[in-house]
Ligand binder design. Structure first.
Ligand SMILES: NC(=O)c1ccc[n+]([C@@H]2O[C@H](COP(=O)([O-])OP(=O)(O)OC[C@H]3O[C@@H](n4cnc5c(N)ncnc54)[C@H](O)[C@@H]3O)[C@@H](O)[C@H]2O)c1
Length: 290
């Protein structure tokens, strides 16, 4: 099963709900039309991997909170459909196709989102692929691919966002990490190494970019009921019942529950929080289970 169609289109701006005839930028037109948007400062967030799962839930939550949302994903069709849904519900949203392993495509997509949606105050990195394999059988190509998407993709997105966040007067970066980066997770060496790298990246960028007014944090979820995990359940790589039994709250998270944590870290309510990895795992890593 392919995760989406449209993988061949790299670095190209999608036709999206943000396109307007007549040269007016969509955010200028919409903000002028809607009294609500005249009252609040414009703020755009770009979400990598925003077409599905945690990223899509975050796009919806941040759109509800008045953010203009740029959905950056390699899945052009799914991203465009979500942007249309958000726009139809009154939000400002656009879809931008890029593979996070392609630096030029990421730069172009972020720049297009800022141009069309308005000043960038937030970046959420979600784009990810699974990395399930016994360590002894992990081949170099898969190791490189998983690390490149998760860790390299985070570096590229943060680097692309930085000048725009600085130009807007500062903002917040929120990375989706995983408890796999914090505790031993048999069978997920490449994924765990990439997530551990993201945690280190968060602390480093938080230190380096604080003077620029850019806060950098991460959320580390446990298991979340998304298409990525549904596929692993289908393949027999995850046993939902057994895993849930090890979680004190007794279940996997809903994507919306992780989106709420991301929305908090992106918001002014977290104005003194930077360099932090917030665990949202239903108590899984707090518990000692025999
Ligand atoms: N689902 C979980 O249990 C769980 C737990 C902890 C952390 N996470 C992390 O949350 C993030 C989102 O995962 P999800 O479960 O929502 O998965 P998902 O498969 O539902 O969504 C991932 C999205 O990333 C996009 N993507 C993948 N590779 C890309 C690339 N190279 N360039 C651009 N976009 C790309 C996909 O097209 C998809 O839209 C991932 O980083 C994952 O590691 C998930």
């Amino acid at each position: 099963m392919r995760p989406c169609s449209g993988l061949a289109i790299r670095g190209r701006r999608l036709r999206s709900a943000t396109l307007t005839p007549g040269g007016t930028r969509p955010w200028q037109r919409r903000h002028a039309e809607r009294p609500y948007h005249r009252l609040v400062a414009r703020r755009t967030v770009v979400i990598t991997g925003g077409a599905s799962g945690i990223g899509a839930a975050t796009a919806s939550r941040l759109a509800e909170q008045g953010w203009a949302v740029g959905i950056l994903d390699r899945c052009s069709d799914v991203a465009a459909a979500l942007a249309r849904r958000l726009t139809a519900s009154g939000a400002v949203a656009g879809a931008y196709v890029a593979d996070v392993t392609d630096p030029a495509a990421v730069d172009a997509a972020v720049a297009a989102a800022v141009h069309e949606l308005g000043p960038m105050r937030g970046l959420v990195r979600c784009a990810g692929i699974p990395g399930v394999s016994p360590a002894a059988e992990l081949d170099d190509a898969r190791l490189a691919a998983v690390v490149d998407v998760h860790l390299g993709g985070t570096v590229r997105a943060a680097r692309a966002a930085h000048p725009h966040l600085v130009a807007a007067g500062g903002g917040a970066i929120v990375a989706v990490s995983s408890i796999a980066g914090r505790v031993g997770f048999a069978g997920r060496l490449s994924y765990a190494a990439a997530k551990g790298g993201i945690d280190a990246l968060v602390r480093t960028l938080a230190t380096e970019w604080a003077a620029d007014g850019v806060r950098v944090n991460a959320v580390a979820p446990g298991f979340v009921a998304t298409p990525m995990i549904a596929r692993q359940i289908e393949l027999g790589e995850v046993d939902e019942g057994a895993r849930s039994a090890r979680v004190p709250l007794g279940r996997f998270a809903r994507p919306e529950e992780i989106a709420d944590v991301i929305a908090f870290l992106a918001s002014e309510a977290a104005s003194y929080v930077t360099g932090h990895v917030l665990v949202a795992d239903g108590g899984a890593t707090a518990a000692w289970r025999e």
